[in-house]
Write a protein that binds this ligand. Structure first.
Ligand SMILES: *[C@@H]1O[C@H](CO)[C@@H](O)[C@H](O)[C@H]1NC(C)=O
Ligand SMILES: *[C@@H]1O[C@H](CO)[C@@H](O)[C@H](O)[C@H]1NC(C)=O
Ligand SMILES: *[C@@H]1O[C@H](CO)[C@@H](O)[C@H](O)[C@H]1NC(C)=O
Ligand SMILES: *[C@@H]1O[C@H](CO)[C@@H](O)[C@H](O)[C@H]1NC(C)=O
Ligand SMILES: *[C@@H]1O[C@H](CO)[C@@H](O)[C@H](O)[C@H]1NC(C)=O
Ligand SMILES: *[C@@H]1O[C@H](CO)[C@@H](O)[C@H](O)[C@H]1NC(C)=O
Ligand SMILES: *[C@@H]1O[C@H](CO)[C@@H](O)[C@H](O)[C@H]1NC(C)=O
Ligand SMILES: *[C@@H]1O[C@H](CO)[C@@H](O)[C@H](O)[C@H]1NC(C)=O
Ligand SMILES: *[C@@H]1O[C@H](CO)[C@@H](O)[C@H](O)[C@H]1NC(C)=O
Ligand SMILES: *[C@@H]1O[C@H](CO)[C@@H](O)[C@H](O)[C@H]1NC(C)=O
Ligand SMILES: *[C@@H]1O[C@H](CO)[C@@H](O)[C@H](O)[C@H]1NC(C)=O
Ligand SMILES: CC(=O)N[C@H]1CO[C@H](CO)[C@@H](O)[C@@H]1O
Length: 466
């Protein structure tokens, strides 16, 4: 396996990452009905989706996914390749087969995501000529047939915008991407597929490297675009800040308005994507920062927590047990260290939150009304985390409903704890409380917090259990 789990892990945990600020221009359908459908679905049925990260499968078995609460589930990731166009590891070939089987048993649309942070290096090349696009179409329809997939998610990070650092780039990337999708739709098998894309908070770049102003063509070929409204603030930002702001109206310095659901939806809609073809990407994780008490709690230990404190870049805290302090080399050959990500269950395991998702005694918490996201701080360890909880997911769900977006897509299925986040956003969007299966039974159970501390079951990831 050339692509290590570390690579994939980076792809995932950082899906969409530096986009927002690191570059200026930038990150219950019945399956049987879908298979009969031609081209873009005429259905506006709401979407409750999540990505399933293949490298967490040991901790998050397929059987533990709350299938009845989802309409779509996307397997992450297959990666781009100039020789194979799309590559899957041998492990993926087994797991993807089981994934599709589980999804279909639950009437959930099964999609395969191609790309991601670490898997987009060769996207530009595989769409850059008519010959390449035709081969890519053949590959995609072949994979769909071989695995009985309902469709694909194109997670190109990013067309004519650098992502991980060594992606091929071409000024025509976005135009070539559209040509590819149009050719895929013109194919008899491709016309039957459910097609989505995962995108940054700003529209795909035009030939000049600026956000495109007219992406209307994509609305005719993609069923929906999921806006990855997360990693908007992170270790690359000038101060700590919200991972997934709903609104950016309160950032004092407008140059720091790195993005938000409100501004991203406006930008994509202004570029020609109808609201009911936009899905809000929401994170079941947060980012940690090392922050001095005087900066986090300027009014003292009993004062209010400051949401945008300065932080020590050199002291990135270790996140939960899915994070690793081990330095590894990414697909570009660059060393990568700990990312400081806390999944929602990880905040519970790490002593920040109670099992019901409220802040533990001794942990400072503030809910920032502007970004509509919470922050927690442990003044002993100096670890500050911007994250999402039931309250912020309810705000995002209400926004999805009132704006008329198609639904939500959560990164990642295994990040939640006992469906606290999933239940909250489902309810706020307007989904029935107990899942959408026809007989009303709740199948699949709920995800329990995956990695028991020190369980040592993470060997494939080379992750240090902490
Ligand atoms: C979708 O709507 C278009 C235009 O109304 C129609 O021509 C097409 O047959 C519909 N497709 C499906 C699968 O219902
Ligand atoms: C589909 O499966 C066939 C038979 O195993 C194989 O020859 C072909 O390469 C596969 N196609 C793709 C695109 O994986
Ligand atoms: C981009 O597309 C234009 C128009 O089709 C073409 O003339 C140009 O050569 C392409 N540029 C690259 C780098 O492929
Ligand atoms: C936007 O793109 C569409 C499809 O490519 C085209 O038909 C339309 O004329 C464009 N609109 C503008 C304002 O350029
Ligand atoms: C975002 O902020 C603007 C400006 O304050 C406000 O008008 C708008 O209602 C806010 N939207 C949401 C969804 O909070
Ligand atoms: C805060 O961090 C300290 C040092 O790591 C730890 O001992 C303590 O348990 C944490 N507090 C809470 C409430 O988890
Ligand atoms: C959440 O759990 C904590 C600790 O068990 C408890 O003190 C608190 O009352 C609970 N809050 C709610 C809203 O259930
Ligand atoms: C908003 O929620 C209501 C129920 O609360 C539901 O009937 C409606 O379809 C929802 N709208 C959207 C756009 O999801
Ligand atoms: C819905 O779920 C709740 C909480 O799990 C449960 O108490 C209730 O009985 C369920 N209702 C139905 C109709 O299954
Ligand atoms: C899936 O859909 C079929 C056809 O509507 C239905 O009979 C079956 O009960 C559904 N299964 C689940 C798990 O929802
Ligand atoms: C999966 O779910 C089962 C049943 O709820 C539970 O016993 C098991 O611990 C879960 N496994 C993991 C890894 O979460
Ligand atoms: C299989 C494949 O095509 N891999 C290439 C993808 O792009 C990276 C970065 O340019 C290359 O190093 C790989 O060889």
């Amino acid at each position: 396996m050339i692509l290590t789990t570390a690579t994939l892990k980076l792809a995932a945990l950082l899906a969409g990452v530096p986009l927002a600020s690191a570059f200026p221009s930038h990150h219950r359908h019945l399956a049987s009905q879908l298979r009969r459908r031609a081209s873009v679905s005429n259905s506006t049925a709401p979407v409750a989706a999540s990505w399933y990260a293949n490298w967490h499968a040991d901790d998050v078995p397929l059987a533990n996914i709350s299938w009845s609460k989802y309409t779509h589930m996307t397997y992450a990731f297959a990666v781009t390749s100039v020789t194979e166009y799309v590559s899957l590891t041998d492990d993926d070939k087994t797991l993807l087969t089981d994934f599709v089987k589980n999804a279909h048993e639950n009437n959930v649309t099964a999609l395969l995501s191609i790309g991601g942070w670490g898997g987009s290096t060769n996207y530009s090349t595989i769409v850059d000529s008519a010959t390449h696009r035709t081969e890519f179409v053949k590959t995609v329809t072949g994979i769909a047939a071989n695995y009985s997939l309902d469709g694909f998610d194109f997670d190109w990070e990013y067309p004519n915008g650098q992502g991980i650092g060594c992606n091929d780039l071409n000024p025509n990337d976005t135009a070539n991407f559209l040509s590819f999708l149009q050719e895929l739709r013109a194919d008899p098998a491709g016309s039957q597929l459910f097609l989505t894309a995962a995108a940054a908070v700003t529209p795909w770049n035009d030939a000049d490297g600026n956000p495109s102003t007219n992406l209307t063509g994509f609305s005719g070929v993609l069923d929906y675009i999921a806006i990855m409204n997360y990693d908007v603030w992170g270790s690359f930002s000038p101060t700590a800040g919200p991972n997934a702001p709903l609104n950016d109206s309160c950032v004092a310095d407008s140059s720091q308005a790195a993005g938000s659901a409100v501004s991203a939806v406006k930008a994509w809609n202004d570029a020609g994507i109808p609201l009911n073809q936009l899905v809000l990407g929401v994170p079941a994780y947060g980012h940690s920062y090392s922050v001095q008490s005087a900066d986090a709690l300027p009014k003292g230990l009993s004062g209010e927590l400051e949401p945008f404190p300065s932080f020590a870049k050199a002291k990135q805290p270790l996140g939960d047990s899915w994070d690793s302090s081990e330095v590894y080399t990414d697909v570009c050959g660059n060393p990568q260290g700990q990312e400081g990500v806390f999944d929602f269950w990880g905040l519970i395991q790490g002593g920040f939150l109670n099992e019901n998702g409220t802040a533990q005694a001794g942990i400072a918490r503030v809910y920032d009304e502007c970004s509509q996201t919470p922050f927690v701080y442990n003044s002993t360890s100096k670890v500050f985390v911007s994250y999402d909880d039931a309250q912020s997911f309810a705000a995002k769900g209400a926004f999805i409903n009132s704006t008329g977006l198609r639904g939500f897509a959560m990164w990642e299925a295994g990040g939640d704890y006992k469906d606290i986040l999933l239940d909250s956003i489902r309810s706020a969007v307007g989904f029935p409380a107990n899942g959408t299966d026809s007989d009303g039974s709740s199948l699949g159970g709920s995800l329990t917090p995956p990695p028991a501390e020190g369980s040592g079951d993470d060997t494939e990831d080379d992750t240090d259990d902490c």
